[in-house]
Design a protein around this ligand. Structure first.
Ligand code: HEC
Length: 256
């Protein structure tokens, strides 16, 4: 049974890596992570076995899903289609709808709403509780939401998948944010997390010492909050509002 899970995970993993490559993700990111984890996928998956045991956490539904749907090679062949289709659909419907929440808002939006004021540091929008949030106006997404998209792509996408939608070995963050608020998020990014989402060999690195992430922690949160709320679609938020002050502050933080 664990073999089946691993093999299917491998199949999805390969397609995720392919997607990341297609999107021009840094090659280093693609090779580093999957390298250790692709091995199990090299074994062809056996025919679909009995249904998977109940996943330990709701977040794992995505991980178990490919197995019952189609086993082994079939899963590998069909897996890439779904994300591409979704991406195309999203491209046709840009996130112009303003501040609309979907049915499963982020924990912070559920608690405080997502109406923000640009009263945070360097013009960042913050909600009623003072937590970073996005702002989608007629001119486009706010700078932090856009920057967060870029920084997510550079630092998180290789594990958490394009648009934060998850992969076989790291959770869908648009779902995670429905129960993780800004405070929890910051703690996880700084210190990492192990074996909570998945019980075995599931490691979220700690980023507390990495300026590439720490200098943009709020921006990454803003982007993912918009994704979780359904206010930011797949792909790059376009257009976006420029914010020289915030960009300069990021460069200064990075020592550039
Ligand atoms: C090397 C792969 C990897 C990278 C890169 C990575 N993560 Fe993770 N992340 C994971 C894994 C695996 C978990 C699940 C850990 C567990 O089982 O508790 C996770 C968990 C998380 C969680 C908690 C989700 C939950 O539902 O419990 C958050 C939030 C998160 N990551 C955000 C990020 C952000 C933001 C970045 C980029 C700065 C990032 N991660 C980069 C692998 C990664």
């Amino acid at each position: 049974m664990p073999k089946t899970i691993l093999a299917c995970a491998g199949a999805v993993l390969l397609s995720t890596a392919g997607l990341a490559l297609a999107q021009g993700a840094p090659a280093a990111g693609v090779t580093v992570v999957p390298a250790g984890q692709t091995a199990p996928g090299a074994t062809p998956a056996p025919a679909p076995a009995a249904p998977q045991p109940a996943p330990p956490a709701p977040a794992q539904a995505a991980q178990a899903a490919p197995a019952p749907a189609a086993g082994g090679a079939a899963a590998a062949a069909t897996a890439p289609a779904a994300p591409e289709e979704t991406q195309q659909a999203a491209a046709e419907a840009p996130p112009t709808g303003g501040m609309q929440l979907d049915a499963h808002p982020s924990a912070d939006s559920a608690a405080s709403g997502n109406a923000g004021q640009p009263t945070g540091a360097n013009g960042m929008f913050v909600d009623a509780a003072g937590n970073p949030t996005y702002n989608i106006s007629a001119e486009g997404a706010d700078w932090f939401a856009w920057r967060g998209y870029k920084k997510f792509g550079a630092n998180c996408l290789q594990c958490h998948g394009p648009d934060g939608a998850g992969s076989s070995f790291a959770p869908n963050l648009t779902e995670s944010l429905q129960r993780i608020n800004y405070f929890d998020f910051a703690g996880i990014i700084v210190s990492g997390q192990q074996n909570k989402w998945h019980p075995v060999n599931s490691i979220m690195p700690a980023w507390g010492e990495d300026p590439n992430v720490m200098c943009s922690l709020d921006a990454i949160y803003v982007y993912l909050r918009g994704r979780a709320d359904g206010a930011i679609g797949r792909g790059e938020p376009k257009p976006h509002v420029k914010n020289k002050e915030a960009q300069d502050a990021e460069y200064a933080c990075l020592g550039q």
